[in-house]
Design a binder for this molecule. Structure first.
Ligand code: FAD
Length: 564
């Protein structure tokens, strides 16, 4: 018979859930991980891992029929013929959008950790402090000094490559050696240094094993082979995902039970104890309802699904969702702005080439509103950038695009190009929210989530500033044929959705305390993107991992003292 009682339950097995499982199991708690999607095992379940482009029916592209049937999912750059099986099709779990919001989902053991981009910069203290200091958000209950040791803890285990650059906007960590800049990237860095005192172009920090350490070998992972086919799943475990790293590690302790095909409907609140007593689950195959009990619940279903579960966890004490005494659950949803991109052509390097592939990108660290509020918008932006040499596609339009001569031309290297794109901070706003649909449910009878999220004037000003500044930087580097582009894409496609269950100092304007613990239901912890008080401008997932490890250690301490 299946046992239904555990010390801890983790909802979701993605980036943050994998970390919750690892830490809870290592610290001795019998832990159940509930995952709505199917099982994905490292090596066994990467069906396209060694497939060549010519073996893919549409050479890697998604057919038009698929794109037409999946207008939201298909917008994600990661969704290709060799990776689409790791994403959720639009109709599998329909969208209800008050305003357009491109929510990209991956429901399986490992969640989006299998297909993520792997950028792993630390937040600076400026990002924690700026929202309250400049009046566009509430105070974070923690600062950089509280989370720094936990960043180190995570970096050492997952393996993050990068340089120690000593930049205020992007603190250093426990890095493996970085990948190399190519000759044009070296040149770009020098030109930026020459023209701008406070702008730093550095190696990105990326979750790749450039030089595996003993701890990585113990995970069964090896050196990144620069195949740049990461999103298919890596047979070498060269990048971090839950299925290569945290989940097998948790499993080795003997304390882990994983249950795929188990969609959590809600968290059950016990009116007598004033705590959560477990979760209600629907088996997605049999449609059977079941209850699992535990003394601690970690909610790691990814930001929006975590909001959904909590909003759907109604009781006499919490008629509007678990912990929702102040009515703010589902509000202050925020995201990163990815609308702006710029590119240009650079001459003078025609006799140079680069060899091999680089799975990482250089970063130009945030330089806006860093030390003081100086722009007509609040917040900052990180710029991802890089230079590459394309094939020679400069065949004049009036010449035939076929034949022997054309083939010869495209076998020659073409121009060197530089690209830049932004990752910008947004203002958490009460009006940006998610709530349960009152009349639409999914195939298991759970209400669908309505997304009601939009850009504002601050976002438009930031995009305009990025376009102007990036164009100017490309000009100073010496580029020609510069193009700037505001994609005007809907929010969400950044895939960094955050908020709705934010951390804070005061229970009147937040749902979680400084240890990600629900103010009003102490044995429930939220450590995925839903907990974010503001967005900062750095890629967020490594912060979710660090917050999770910190919160688990706190929870286990309380558990062992008998408080939880
Ligand atoms: C193409 C792409 C590129 C990205 N690049 C980066 C990057 O470079 N850097 C970065 O920091 N971030 C990046 N991200 C974002 C990153 O993937 C997410 O921030 C991260 O995965 C969030 O972790 P999570 O644990 O909250 O959620 P997920 O990893 O999404 O995992 C959530 C899990 O919960 C499960 N679940 C959901 N609802 C339920 C339920 N009701 N019951 C049971 N289980 C449930 C899901 O099936 C899923 O497995 C990228 C994402 C994508 C798709």
């Amino acid at each position: 018979m299946e046992t239904n009682s555990f010390d801890a339950i983790v909802i979701g097995s993605g980036i943050s859930g994998g970390w919750a499982a690892k830490e809870l199991c290592e610290q001795g708690l019998k832990t159940l991980v509930l995952e709505r999607g199917r099982d994905v095992k490292h090596l066994e379940d990467y069906p396209t891992v060694n497939v060549h482009p010519w073996q893919l029916k549409h050479r890697g592209n998604m057919p038009k029929k698929f794109v037409d049937a999946n207008p939201v999912m298909s917008k994600c750059y990661g969704v290709k013929e060799d990776t689409a099986h790791f994403f959720i099709e639009d109709d599998d779990h329909p969208y209800v959008q008050k305003k357009p919001f491109d929510w990209i989902r991956a429901y399986q053991i490992g969640g989006r950790s299998i297909v993520w981009g792997r950028a792993c910069q630390r937040w600076s203290d400026y990002e924690f402090k700026a929202p309250a200091k400049y009046g566009y958000g509430i105070e974070w209950p923690i600062g950089y000094e509280d989370i720094a040791p936990w960043y180190s803890h995570v970096e050492k285990f997952i393996g993050v490559c990068g340089n120690r650059d000593g930049i205020d906007a992007m603190p250093d960590g426990e890095f493996l050696p970085p990948f190399d800049f190519n000759c044009v990237e070296d040149y770009m860095r020098d030109k930026i240094n020459e023209h701008y005192k406070e702008r730093h172009l550095v190696q990105g920090r990326w979750a790749h094993l450039s030089e595996p350490q003993e701890i990585h070998l113990q995970q069964g992972r090896g050196r990144c082979q620069c195949r740049n086919l990461c999103m298919r799943g890596c047979p070498f475990g060269g990048y971090f995902s839950s299925v290569t790293s945290t989940l097998p590690w948790a499993n080795k302790t003997g304390n882990l039970t994983i249950r795929p095909f188990s969609v959590v409907h809600s968290i059950i609140y016990d009116e007598k104890t004033g705590k959560a007593k477990g979760v209600k689950v629907i088996d997605t195959n049999s449609k059977e309802e079941m209850v699992f009990e535990a003394r601690i619940v970690f909610v790691n279903a990814s930001a929006l699904n975590t909001n959904l579960i909590l909003l759907n966890s109604k009781s006499t004490r919490f008629p509007n969702g678990l912990g929702n005494d102040n009515g703010l659950l589902g509000k202050y949803i925020c995201f990163h702005i990815y609308r702006g991109n710029t590119s240009g052509r650079i001459g003078g390097f025609e006799d140079k080439y680069f060899y091999g592939r680089n799975p990482t990108e250089p970063i130009l660290a945030n330089f806006r509103n860093l030390y003081k509020q100086e722009m007509d918008f609040v917040g900052g932006y990180t710029i991802f950038t890089g230079a590459s040499r394309s094939r020679n596609t400069d065949v004049p339009i009036d010449e035939p695009q076929l034949g022997v001569e054309f083939k010869h031309k495209i076998s020659e290297p073409g121009n060197w190009n530089i690209h830049m794109y932004m990752q910008g901070e947004t203002i958490p706003k009460e009006s940006n929210q998610v709530y349960l649909s009152y009349d639409k449910t999914d195939q298991w009878g759970i209400p669908l989530l309505v997304t009601d999220v939009d850009y504002d004037e601050n976002d438009d000003k930031m995009v305009a500033d990025f376009l102007q500044e990036s164009k100017e930087m490309l000009e100073k580097i010496g580029c020609t044929d510069i193009t700037t582009n505001d994609t005007n894409q809907a929010p969400g496609l950044d895939i960094h959705e955050m908020g709705g269950v934010r951390m804070g100092v005061n229970p009147e304007d937040s749902l979680l305390n400084g240890f990600n613990q629900m103010h009003a239901c102490k044995n429930v912890f939220v450590t995925d993107g839903a907990c974010m008080t503001s967005t900062g401008n750095q890629s967020p997932s490594i912060l979710y991992m660090a917050l999770t490890a910190r919160a688990v250690t706190y929870a286990v301490n309380q558990f062992k003292k008998g408080i939880l």
